[in-house]
Design a protein around this ligand. Structure first.
Ligand code: FAD
Length: 424
């Protein structure tokens, strides 16, 4: 059924419909296609134009420990009163997000964080290889940059405390890191204008200079390999006696199986089917900047004191912000970005802004910060792959593989039970 004159006909009836062409949906679609399924990928926009477009582009093979709900009262107060750059709560949204925040807080114990870490390991240990496999096939390797990323600290006490945490993670999970003193950091990043105490360097994560372009290249790989991309509204999904149908610009597409990979929008299709995962979002913003003079960055810099990143991208230096707890579609609040920009200017010669407006996205989160991957119990032919929080760009090809293995009866590379949607 692939890549021939019957393709148009064949794709109106296919084996699997994948809803959502972000990094997770595109990757799931490729992995299914690779395993012999005919696949139609549906999105209301072009591929990788939402959350998978605007992130920091890190392939975070080191990010075993989740960002748990903070326990420190000073962090909570700072986030609640808009005093912090790394986290902020939108008061007006509290009635709508309080329940989700409570389940996030409850899941933030040391024991739960360790459980999440154990479930992250089998995915994260192969994310770089899975991305590189796709990149090579998609002709996108030129977007991959080496050198990992560094977490900067202004004072030695904070640097030591962070290094102690990383040492414990290294001892348990083997995550490698180096500590750079101020001199080493200045040598590695000669354009920094302020003396820092030092940095923690993670050398193994990959980084891309244009996550949207990488997603688009993967979508092209999907199409040139015989998959069909259609524009359509996933909310038109209906159950039929034979399976599932969705309306697209090219007409109705039907399949016995459907995958919901709609990132932060996944609830819009699942809720009407009676499936109510405790999905919430951590919003984030980005803006690109020129660098003054010939200044450049050799690594992605994460400000360890303030929780935002300076990412060297093809378009310029992209600042990406930390977590804003709000409803997905609440109006933007640029306060975290403004603060991050002011802080960044104290140690790097940022020039003028490049984009007309800041970009905003929403990290799709489940309380234990693990994605939901696999079948939906009680719903024949309905599968999910969403909730990848801070790591959806990283994990897309790998959770796509896990899902495709489950859907085709192949041996899975890891036990899929920690990612079951009915675990809550
Ligand atoms: C500031 C920021 C920085 C980040 N940095 C990183 C990073 O460095 N590394 C990393 O791994 N992750 C990072 N992330 C997280 C990562 O971007 C997300 O986890 C990931 O993009 C989620 O991918 P997705 O495919 O699940 O969702 P999305 O990319 O949002 O895709 C969902 C798709 O569904 C489509 N859709 C929605 N509703 C409908 C509908 N009704 N009909 C049809 N289509 C619909 C959308 O158009 C979209 O294309 C960051 C996120 C943010 C916000």
């Amino acid at each position: 059924m692939r890549g021939n004159g019957l393709r148009e006909w064949a794709n109106m009836k296919c084996d699997v419909i994948v809803l959502g062409a972000g990094m997770v949906g595109i990757s799931s679609a490729i992995q299914l296609l690779d395993r012999g399924k005919s696949v139609t990928l549906v999105d209301r926009r072009g591929p990788a134009e939402e959350t998978s477009f605007g992130n920091a582009g890190l392939i975070q093979s080191e990010a075993v420990m989740p960002y748990v709900f903070p326990r420190d009262p000073s962090i909570l107060i700072g986030a609640a009163f808009g005093l912090r750059t790394d986290a902020r709560v939108r008061w007006a949204a509290l009635p709508r997000i309080a329940k989700a925040l409570l389940s996030y807080a409850k899941a933030g114990t040391t024991v739960s964080a360790r459980k999440t870490a154990m479930a992250n390991v089998p995915i994260l240990e192969r994310v770089r290889a899975d991305h590189e496999g796709f990149m090579q096939r998609a002709g996108a390797m030129h977007h991959m940059k080496e050198g990992g990323y560094v977490r900067l600290f202004r004072n030695g006490v904070d640097l030591e405390a962070a290094a102690a945490v990383d040492e414990a993670v290294k001892a348990e999970f083997g995550v490698e890191y180096d500590v750079w003193d101020g001199r080493r950091l200045a040598a590695e990043e000669p354009n920094l204008t302020r003396q820092m105490a030092g940095a923690i360097h993670f050398g193994t994560p990959g980084r891309v200079d244009d996550p949207g372009a990488v997603g688009a290249a993967y979508a092209k790989l999907f199409e040139t390999s015989g998959g069909a991309f259609r524009r359509g509204d996933a909310r038109s999904l209906t159950k039929t006696p034979e399976g599932w149908t969705v309306t697209t610009e090219a007409g109705a597409v039907s399949a016995p199986e459907v995958v919901v990979a709609l990132g932060p929008w996944s609830g819009e299709v699942l809720n009407p089917l009676g499936v109510r995962p405790p999905l919430f979002v951590k919003r984030g913003y980005h803006m690109h900047y020129k660098a003054s003079g010939n200044a450049s960055l050799n690594h992605l810099l994460f400000d360890g004191d303030n929780g935002y990143a300076l990412c060297p991208m093809a378009r310029g230096i992209r600042i990406t912000t930390g977590a804003e707890f709000a409803s997905r579609d609440d109006p933007s609040n640029y306060d975290q970005l403004t603060k991050a920009e002011a802080q960044a200017r104290t140690f790097f010669p940022l020039g003028e802004r490049i984009d007309p407006e800041p970009w905003r996205g929403a990290r799709p989160c489940l309380p234990d910060l693990l994605p939901a991957v696999g079948p939906v119990p009680g719903q024949t032919g309905l599968f999910v792959n969403f909730g990848h929080q801070h790591l959806g760009f990283t994990m897309g090809p790998t959770t796509g593989l896990l899902l495709a293995q489950m859907m085709t009866g192949e041996d899975t590379f890891t036990d899929p039970s920690p990612y079951r949607i009915d675990r809550f």
